[in-house]
Design a protein. Structure first.
Length: 76
């Protein structure tokens, strides 16, 4: 899974928040916790996602203990 660059305007403490969000995404996929992954999505994305896709995520079938997110560049 590749996550593209995010460009945001905010304070240094927001950098920590962005890094923490990526860590939560990583942990949810490593652990197969699809419910946690879904909680990290925005309302627009969730509304557009079919219920069967959400159920697939909740089932834990997307568990991947090898997943690692690395923030290469972060400008907040």
């Amino acid at each position: 899974m590749v996550v593209g660059p995010l460009l945001l305007a905010a304070a240094p403490s927001d950098e920590a928040a962005v890094r923490a969000a990526y860590q939560q995404l990583e942990r949810s996929i490593r652990d197969g916790d699809g419910a946690a992954w879904l909680r990290l999505l925005d309302a627009v994305t969730l509304a557009a996602m079919p219920d069967d896709v959400k159920q697939n995520w909740r089932s834990g079938r997307f568990r991947d203990p090898s997943i690692r997110y690395e923030v290469i560049a972060l400008r907040v």
